[in-house]
Design a protein around this ligand. Structure first.
Ligand code: PEP
Length: 251
């Protein structure tokens, strides 16, 4: 059985003080959760402080992006060594905002994914179609390209997570229906099976992201191929994120 992973992507929100007060409240609200994995991905500037606050808790730490080199003349970038140094175990890569606002390509994202794995970080590779691509009937084609290109060079022993995040559902309040999301998730699992074999495909966690809230979490997260969620807006408030973490599959 795959353990559910509920991950919060704080994006460009929270000062150090704001991050600490959010994490203190969250720790208290989810301290009794031991059957699901919980992850927070604060902005770079808060990672070090949040790491100290998370010590001994059931919440893991991740970053929202990284560059693939270890060090060098790459002004403004953050390396996998630096993320390990501040206690990250996960890193979100290829988020649609990175692809669409900052022009990240599948090729660049793949370099980052390989580097993350080589440095002992678990990449969360984000994939997802735009509204136009969905309306043009290209969803599977786009997802297949992003998954195959993004994971190129990994093997069945590499640890990674995929997040399916339809671009039209991110931060829009528009969520994919559980059935629509499940269809893409099971397509991704079939692809993983072709690429890495059925055993590996069964073990990979595929998260759904896109306007997940306490009210819609149970429907989405009860689908057989949805193994957790990448949560943006609703992860910025401890009570709404905790409610998602603690969603009740029975409704
Ligand atoms: C995200 O940032 O990955 C995301 C899914 O955002 P939101 O939950 O706000 O749609």
């Amino acid at each position: 059985m795959r353990r559910l992973l509920i991950a919060g992507n704080w994006k460009m929100h929270k000062t150090v003080e704001g991050a600490l007060s959010l994490i203190r409240e969250l720790k208290r609200l989810v301290s009794d959760v031991n059957h699901r994995d919980i992850l927070v991905c604060p902005p770079f500037t808060a990672l070090y402080a949040v790491r100290a606050e998370l010590k001994g808790s059931n919440i893991s730490l991740g970053a929202q992006n990284m560059f693939y080199e270890e060090e060098g003349a790459f002004t403004g970038e953050i390396s996998p060594l630096m993320l390990r140094d501040v206690g990250c175990s996960y890193v979100i890569l290829g988020h649609s905002e990175r692809r669409h606002i900052f022009g990240e390509t599948d090729e660049l994202i793949n370099k980052k994914v390989l580097s993350a794995v080589n440095h002992g970080l678990i990449p969360i590779l984000c994939v997802g179609e735009t509204l136009q691509e969905r309306e043009d009937g290209k969803t599977k084609e786009v997802i297949e390209r992003q998954v195959r290109e993004g994971l190129k060079g990994l093997s069945e022993t590499s640890e990674f997570v995929i997040a399916y995040e339809p671009v039209w559902a991110i931060g829009t309040g528009r969520t994919a229906t559980p059935e629509l999301a499940e269809e893409v998730h099971s397509f991704i699992r079939e692809l993983l099976s072709e690429m890495f074999g059925a055993k590996k495909a069964e073990s990979v966690r595929i998260l759904y992201g896109g306007s997940v809230k306490p009210e819609n979490a149970a429907g989405l997260l009860s689908q057989p191929n949805i193994d957790g969620s990448l949560v943006g807006g609703a992860s910025l408030k401890a009570d709404s994120f905790a409610k998602i973490v603690k969603f009740d599959a029975e409704g």
